[in-house]
Each structure stands twice: as C-alpha cells, then as structure tokens.
Design a protein around this ligand. Structure first.
Ligand code: FES
Ligand code: FES
Length: 258
C-alpha cells in the first residue's frame, strides 16, 4: 500500500472510532462512517482498503440505505445531531455500573460507565483536579493516587476496579490545613518547578517512604523511576524525599487514612 491519502486517513480514524466503541452498542458505527467516506471519495482510496471497509460495514451494520440518501442508518439519540459524515448514532443507552468507594476520607457512590478510567472519575465526577493527566498511557506518573495505601497510576485502571477501595488523592494528603511531611519537604526543598508532576511525585514518594523510611539516594531514584518531571527537576525532588525521610515522613500514612 502506498502513501496514505487524506481519505485513507479518515478511514483509519473511523475504524479507530469503531474499535474504541462499545461493540454491543455501536456495531458498525465506525465501519459505517468509513463506508460513507468511501462513497464520497471514490477513487481516492486504496482499493484493498475500500474492500476491507465495505466488508466491515456489511458485516457490522444494519443499513437502511446509503448514508447520503437522507435516511440515517441508525436512529439518532435524542439531542444528538448525528455524525459529520451523515451517519447517525445508535439510540441504545450506555450501561452504567454502580460503584461505592471512599475518596479522601469521604464515602462516594456513583453510576459510571464501565470504561471510565479512575483518573477520569476523580477529575470529572468528583472534581479532584489535583490528580492530573500527563500522558494517559501509564508512562508519566502524574496521575498517581493511593489505592488502599499503595500508589497506583489512576490512568491505568478503571473506576469500577476501585469498587470498595479507599482512594487518597493529593487533595486528601494534608490534614486539617497541615501539609503532609512529604508535601512540606517538597515546599522546603523547592522540589518543583512548574508543579505539573508534583502531585504524582508526592503520592509516589509517600508510598516509597512508607515502604522504606530511610531510602538511599539510589533507592529514591529507583522508587520514583515511574514518575517523569518534564522540567527535569530531579535533583531537588530527590533532596525533598531525603528531607522528608530525615524528618520521619516514613512513619506517616496517606492523610485521609491516618
Ligand atoms: S497520566 Fe497516568 S501515567 Fe501519565
Ligand atoms: S516540575 Fe514541571 S514537570 Fe515536574
């Protein structure tokens, strides 16, 4: 297959949409979008690709006519203007799952989509925006929170997986207006520059010190290797953890669980 044309890229995008969709709810949605684009851009698409998408559309759609005929392939969700290719979305509602958990010491109960990430739940449903998203691919550690006292990357697990758990975010670390000793150490040693990585760095450092109250410099660097600082302020971050250890931070637990 030669260089991808614009139409090919649109087809790929449509297929990605399809693959990310809940198959039971949106069968053929992306494939249908692809087919609609094929109809609009005949000749601009690699023939093998075109055959593939037509096959997919045939397998997964329940067409009522070409998307450009004015008849949507699927009924439209109330209030949904449909898709830009003229391919309307499904009427089926997304299934929700009830979750009960404790976040920063408060019990919460919510209906969430099974595919919702824990970090999304914390930020979008609970407004805990102190937990940030740096990569969404479990590389940067900016989204680190504690799950039952142990650090986890909250972009790497589903909200439903936190059912029954105690979650502590950076916002639950300080108690009654008093910074956690690790927060205090980062403030004291200037362990931050822009501050974007800081919530994750601190949550990971608390977990590190809980496991090893007197880590060597090498152990600190190893313990924080899953957390990236784009400002590259690692020297002072390590100093902050050393400072926290010297002041007994390892004897503390997550604030909300103390
Ligand atoms: S946002 Fe979770 S690891 Fe980067
Ligand atoms: S302080 Fe800016 S990313 Fe770490």
């Amino acid at each position: 297959m030669g260089r991808l044309g614009v139409a090919d890229r649109h087809l790929d995008l449509a297929l990605i949409i399809w693959s990310m969709s809940d198959e039971t709810l949106n069968p053929g949605y992306g494939a249908g979008c692809a087919a609609a684009l094929v109809e609009r851009t005949p000749g601009a698409v690699d023939p093998g690709r075109l055959a593939f998408y037509r096959l997919l559309d045939g397998l997964l759609s329940t067409p009522t006519g070409p998307p450009t005929s004015g008849q949507p392939r699927r009924p439209t969700v109330e209030g949904d203007a449909g898709h830009t290719c003229g391919h309307a979305q499904t009427t089926l509602e997304r299934p929700m799952t009830k979750i009960n958990l404790t976040v920063d010491g408060a019990k919460v109960s919510d209906d969430v989509e099974p595919r919702m990430l824990l970090v999304q739940y914390l930020r979008e449903k609970l407004g805990k925006t102190g937990t940030v998203i740096g990569c969404d691919t479990s590389n940067c550690g900016a989204c680190t929170v504690h799950l039952n006292g142990t650090s986890v990357k909250s972009c790497n697990m589903l909200a439903v997986q936190a059912e029954g758990a105690e979650v502590t975010t950076i916002e639950g670390l300080a108690q009654n207006g008093t910074l956690h000793p690790v927060q205090e150490a980062f403030r004291e040693c200037h362990g931050l520059q822009c501050g974007f990585c800081t919530p994750g760095m601190i949550m990971q450092s608390v977990d590190l010190l809980n496991e090893n109250p007197n880590p060597s410099e090498e152990e600190i660097r190893l313990g924080l290797e899953g957390n990236l600082c784009r400002c590259t302020g690692y020297q002072n971050i390590v100093k902050s953890v050393q400072h926290a250890a010297a002041h007994g931070a390892g004897a503390t637990t997550s604030g909300a669980q103390a």
